[in-house]
Design a protein. Structure first.
Length: 199
């Protein structure tokens, strides 16, 4: 591993599961494991790039760990990796991805790769992908009727559309040269896939 290796914090009170996720990731990342909310808070620092957090844990829940991450100003990307199916309460939560267990090896590594790439994006783009992830999580679990009846979901759709429009305006304002510089910078940061994502 090099000095540029990203650090992933895996948080789950099921030790076997946390260790399994860590084993899947340790060939590509510096991996820390925490077997509960208290351990997660102790393990967190500025060097953590991605945190995978279980929601249902005794004493300190994953939701509380997420609140701590955001209240303390840590810049890491966060995925909730959980058996809890998403409900409309997730719209107000500050995570970047929501993954329902069970999760396969390939899916987990793909999510971590995506979150590492997103850490190089500006805040506006990070917010866009976080909102899009919430919408996708809800669409996968809720019926069309439930989505239509939810005011929170309607607000999410409006916010996502407004942010998409802002991003398009920002992109249009970049000169061709500026855009080339930005894309080269993304590639130099080791994120070749980031430049190819469509908004």
């Amino acid at each position: 591993m090099t000095e540029d290796t990203q650090t992933v914090l895996v948080v789950d009170d099921e030790r076997d599961l946390a260790d399994l996720y860590a084993a899947w990731l340790e060939s590509d990342y510096e991996v820390r494991t925490a077997y509960g909310g208290e351990g997660a808070i102790e393990a967190l620092d500025e060097s953590v790039d991605v945190a995978l957090i279980d929601r249902l844990m005794p004493t300190i829940s994953g939701d509380e760990v997420l609140e701590y991450v955001r209240s303390e100003g840590y810049e890491c990307r966060v995925a909730m990796v959980t058996a809890v199916e998403p409900d409309f309460d997730i719209i107000e939560m500050g995570f970047d991805e929501y993954i329902v267990k069970p999760i396969r090896h390939g899916d987990l590594t793909e999510v971590v790769e995506s979150l590492v790439s997103r850490s190089t994006y500006d805040r506006q783009l990070q917010e866009f992908f976080a909102l899009a992830s919430k919408r996708a999580a809800l669409q996968s679990q809720k019926s069309a009727h439930e989505l239509d009846e939810s005011e929170a979901y309607a607000d999410l759709e409006v916010e996502l559309e407004e942010l998409r429009d802002e991003l398009h305006r920002t992109t249009e304002q970049l000169s061709v040269r500026d855009l080339e510089v930005e894309l080269r910078q993304l590639n130099a940061d080791g994120s070749p896939n980031a430049a190819g994502r469509s908004i």
